[in-house]
Every structure is written in structure tokens, then in C-alpha cells.
Design a protein around this ligand. Structure first.
Ligand code: AMP
Length: 550
């Protein structure tokens, strides 16, 4: 498998990659399929699984040092050369005499050995867990050849970067077991991970895969939305009529109930049940035996008005202080979909029927406000209402649309008033990782203070430029460099870029007290000099505009 990953990393052609992986999967034992698929995608466990290895880089590095006796200098050099922790680890393993473990495993490492060890590491809890994790890790790496070390480390730190992604894996599974690609995709969305589909495909063929459905207590990939610019466009795409819903700026929750068990999953399928006791309580009150519901939670102020997104995030951070946070920062739950009810999957029902079912079972939990209309004016007024109430915009949902897990299609469209982009100056940059390790690919963006002339950082991004633009940018920034601090360079403020973003947040991170959320470079403003860049006063105005809205 390590050799396979090494080959994938060196390949460019997607078709070639898919063929190679398909052949590899076909040659595996049934029990190896699920872990192999996960690991090739760089994951220690399938996506829906709540298991985590919980190994810090410090702990992993400690084990590498124990095994190789390498000095820090040498490792740092290897890292500088490769820009990749896995490759650096492999290099030091290659060049040192590894203290072989009292052979736990006498034969070459197999996929299942790795999988079992990962399980053991994930299960280590309580006092002594750290040491136990390290011992298991030491046994694993101590029995691995350098190439295996490379990929084990990549999986552990979560940086596989072979370019072989989920979508290609779906193709490979389809090829390996002679299934239509669509079927594999759909099944993967239902059960939350393509690795499970591979296992079912091997065991029960096409019929088995076709029979896969959402399962209660197993999170499914959420359905996503595309952006449109206007209400009119949304109505046109949806054939003249649509259901508009308020788009709340909160966090998505998937609520699973099976008799008296309730689990809440985040949009990224993480189990967040413990952080949201009041949501759990409401779910227990539902008069259904089994259900999967979807909704949005938002933080509320004392008057019950929605607060911006960043407040809500505090609820997920403070695990120990949930009780107190519950009082200080109550959350409101608003439902918008139902996916599963009493043993039956509802994904193939049209939207309006799901919404009607949702209204039946919601039992006092509010649904997100909705208006079905074909009238542009009415929908625009509804959008104004939403914005005035402090929400983000509207979602337009196609009335006859099915629930399509994991897909960003046209059945759901988001209509958000767009914020105009800002022209900002690059004042510092950092070398990237992996493929980008020789390039200055991460940029600090600053606005000009019209009063003092100082450039104040308001955000940082590595998004938006193409590889070629990054290479050019690197050259230009190197010439402007005044100081190097580790992987970061400070440059004279010369280059102006246009930056899109979703929101200006209050943030202690930068001196100006604000930060752009989801900043991305949309183009390089060759036509502008730093003195023409947007000012910090302008950024403050935008921030205040948002606050007023809320
Ligand atoms: P975005 O994250 O901008 O792609 O927008 C999609 C997200 O909006 C969803 O994942 C939900 O968390 C959120 N959302 C807010 N209101 C709704 C709604 N009425 N229907 C669906 N999703 C909503």
C-alpha cells in the first residue's frame, strides 16, 4: 500500500490513478478493504467514525527520536528539504539504525496490523493513555520500512497529499467491483464513507450497494447548495416557483434519534452531542421512534435575537463549561429537513412532502421560516425580512427536489447579498507545505490606515491564486523581502490584491481588532499601488454595517 501511495503521488493522469487503485483493491482480502480505502485517502478511520488517534506532533516526533536517535538538526534539515513530515521521517529512518522493536509482529506489516494498532491508539484513554499511545506507535513504526514510515506519518498527521481524492476513490471502487459510478457515489453519501461501500460491494455486489440507505445514528453527508446572485435567478432555475427559507448564519446539526438514544452531528459529521444538551433535550421530546432531522442552531442574545456566527463557536470549544455557557449563550434550534422517519428513508421524497412531514413531527420545535412563491417582489420582501432579523440571506429550494446527500447541486440555491471585495496589500508571506513548500503561498493582507499611513493586517489567506501565479508571486515577494523569520518573510508593502471574503469579524488576532472571514484572493491588482488600497476605515465601516444588521 505504501508503494501504491508513492506511485499515486508521482502520477498526474487521473484515469491511470483510478486503474491502479482499482486493481489494488481487487487484490485485497475483504477485511482489508475498509481500512485500505480510508488510509489511501489519508484517514486512519472511516469518515463517519468518531474515533481519533489523538497523537500530537510532539508525541509522534518523540517516538521517531526514540527509534532513530536522530538529532533535531538532522530532522529539521530533512523537513526543509522535503516540506513533508512523512518524507522527512522516512529520510531519518533510512539513514539511522532503527532500534527494532521486540518484534510484536514478525512478518512484514499488513494493512490489518496497522488498522488494529490505530484502533488500539484511539481506544487508549484515561491515566497513562499518552504513554500507551506512544508505545503502540513505537511498535508500529519500529516494524515499518522507511517507505511505510512515510505514509504512516502522513496518515497520522493527516497530510496525505497524493492527489488521490474521494471522487477518484469512488471511481476506483466502481471500477474494481464493476458498478455504476453513480451508484457508488450515492451509497457513499448515505453511509457516510466510500470505504463502507467498497466492503459491501465486495461482499454483496451491485444489489447490496443499491440497497444501502441512510441509517439512524450513522451521520450522512449533508446536502449542499450553490450560490446565485438574485431571487430572480433562483426562480428561473427552479422553473418559476420555489420555496424560500431564511438562511440562518449558524451551525448545521443533524439530529439522530433512535428510541431513547439521541446523537447530534455537525456538518463535518463530528459528534457534538455533548456540547448541545438543550438540543438533545428537545430531540428526546419528539414523538417518533426513529428519525434523522436537520436544522440550524444559532446563538441568541438576551432578547432572543441572533448573534453572529463566532459567538456560537464558543459553544463547541468549552467542553468543560457547557452548563455555564448554556446560560450565557443559549442556542436556538430551527429545523429545515427530515431525512429518515420510523424505519423509512425519505431522501427520495420531493422537498414539499418532506417539509410537510417535518411539520408533523417537529412537535413545537420551530421550523425555519419559509415562503413558497413565484412572485419576485414577495420573495425580495422576504429576503429583506430575513436580513432585518439578522440572518444571512435566503435559501431557495426546488419544490420537487429530492434530498441529495453530499451534492452541491441546483436543487438548493443560496441567495446572499454579496459584500464588495477589498483591495489589500501583501505585507508578509509564508512558505507553504507539501507541494508548495518552496513557494510563498500564504499571504498576510493589510489595509491602509488613512490617518497614519500604516498598513494594518486584516487577514491571511492561501486561497485563490493558481500555481503559476504563486510562482510569480514568490519571485516578486523574494525581491521585496526585508526580513526572514523562519518560514515567514516580511515584505515591503507593494503588491495589491483584490480579496473576497464572507464577513468582517471582531478578532483579537490582529492589531486592528478585526479579521476577514474566509478571505481569498480574486486577482492581482497590477493597476493599483499600495496608496490606492482600501483603508482600515473602510473595513471598519463594513464591520459596523454588519453589526447594525444584527
Ligand atoms: P454555505 O455554508 O454558505 O454553503 O450554506 C449552506 C449552509 O447554510 C448549510 O450547511 C446550513 O448550515 C446553512 N443553512 C442556513 N439556513 C438553511 C436552510 N434554510 N436550509 C439549508 N441550510 C441552511
Amino acid at each position: 500500500m505504501a508503494e501504491l501511495c508513492e506511485k499515486l503521488g508521482a502520477m498526474r493522469g487521473r484515469g491511470e490513478m483510478v486503474e491502479l487503485v482499482a486493481g489494488f483493491l481487487r487484490g485485497l482480502q475483504p477485511a482489508e478493504l475498509e481500512p485500505a480505502v480510508s488510509m489511501i485517502l489519508g484517514r486512519a478511520f472511516p469518515r463517519w467514525s468518531q474515533k481519533t488517534l489523538d497523537i500530537s506532533w510532539a508525541a509522534l516526533y518523540d517516538v521517531i527520536r526514540r527509534l532513530t536517535q536522530v538529532e533535531h538538526e538532522r530532522f529539521a534539515k530533512a523537513f526543509d528539504k522535503t516540506g513533508d513530515l512523512g518524507a522527512a521521517a522516512a529520510m531519518v529512518f533510512e539513514s539511522s539504525k532503527v532500534r527494532r522493536q521486540a518484534a510484536l509482529i514478525e512478518r512484514p506489516l499488513g494493512i490489518l496490523d496497522v488498522s488494529w494498532t490505530f484502533d488500539g491508539i484511539a481506544e487508549a484513554r484515561g491515566p497513562g493513555a499518552r504513554e500507551r499511545k506512544k508505545r503502540l506507535l513505537e511498535a508500529l513504526l519500529g516494524n515499518a520500512v522507511p517507505l511505510e514510515v512515510k505514509y504512516l506519518v502522513k496518515i497520522i498527521v493527516g497530510e496525505m497529499r497524493t492527489g488521490f481524492q474521494e471522487g477518484l476513490m469512488e471511481l476506483a471502487v466502481a471500477r474494481a467491483f464493476d458498478l455504476p459510478q453513480k451508484l457508488v457515489q450515492r451509497a457513499a453519501m448515505f453511509v457516510g464513507d466510500v470505504a463502507d461501500v467498497a466492503r459491501v460491494a465486495r461482499k454483496r455486489g451491485e444489489e447490496g450497494v443499491a440497497a444501502l440507505r441512510p441509517q439512524v445514528l450513522r451521520p450522512i453527508q449533508p446536502m449542499l447548495a450553490q450560490s446565485v446572485d438574485s431571487i430572480r435567478e433562483a426562480l428561473k432555475i427552479h422553473g418559476g416557483e420555489a420555496a424560500f427559507e431564511h438562511k440562518l448564519d449558524g451551525a448545521r446539526v443533524q439530529i439522530h434519534k433512535s428510541d431513547d438514544v439521541v446523537r447530534i452531528f455537525s456538518r463535518r459529521l463530528t459528534d457534538v452531542t455533548e456540547s448541545l444538551p438543550e438540543v438533545v433535550r428537545r430531540a428526546h421530546g419528539l414523538q417518533v421512534r426513529e428519525a434523522i432531522l436537520e436544522g440550524e442552531i444559532i446563538a441568541l442574545d438576551k432578547q432572543g435575537k441572533p448573534l453572529p456566527f463566532q459567538y456560537l463557536m464558543q459553544r463547541f470549544r468549552r467542553e468543560r463549561e457547557i452548563k455555564q455557557m448554556m446560560q450565557e449563550l443559549p442556542v436556538g434550534l430551527y429545523l429545515f429537513d427530515i431525512i429518515f422517519l420510523d424505519g423509512v428513508s425519505l431522501v427520495d421524497l420531493p422537498y414539499h412532502e418532506r417539509r410537510a412531514k417535518l411539520a408533523e413531527v417537529a412537535d413545537g420545535i420551530p421550523l425555519i421560516e419559509q415562503l413558497t412563491t413565484s412572485n419576485v417582489g414577495d420573495a425580495e420582501r422576504f429576503l429583506d425580512d430575513a436580513l432585518r432579523a439578522g440572518h444571512e440571506g435566503l435559501m431557495a429550494k426546488r419544490l420537487d427536489g429530492h434530498y441529495t446527500p453530499g451534492l452541491r447541486g441546483k436543487l438548493w440555491l443560496k441567495v446572499k447579498p454579496v459584500l464588495e471585495p477589498l483591495d489589500l496589500v501583501i505585507v508578509a508571506a509564508e512558505y507553504g507545505y507539501g507541494r508548495r513548500h518552496e513557494w510563498l503561498s500564504d499571504y498576510y493582507l493589510a489595509a491602509r490606515d488613512a490617518e497614519t499611513g500604516e498598513f494594518l493586517i486584516v487577514g491571511k489567506t492561501f486561497k485563490g491564486l493558481t500555481d503559476r501565479e504563486i510562482v510569480e508571486m514568490t519571485e516578486r515577494l523574494k525581491e521585496l523581502t526585508v526580513k526572514r523569520e523562519g518560514r515567514r518573510v516580511i515584505v515591503t508593502p507593494k503588491i495589491v490584491v483584490e480579496v473576497a471574503y464572507n464577513e468582517v469579524q471582531r478578532s483579537p488576532k490582529y492589531k486592528c481588532g478585526m479579521a476577514l472571514r474566509f478571505a481569498r484572493v480574486t486577482r492581482v491588482r497590477e493597476d493599483k499601488g499600495p496608496e490606492e488600497a482600501d483603508t482600515i476605515q473602510r473595513v471598519r465601516e463594513i464591520y459596523q454595517g454588519q453589526v447594525k444588521k444584527h
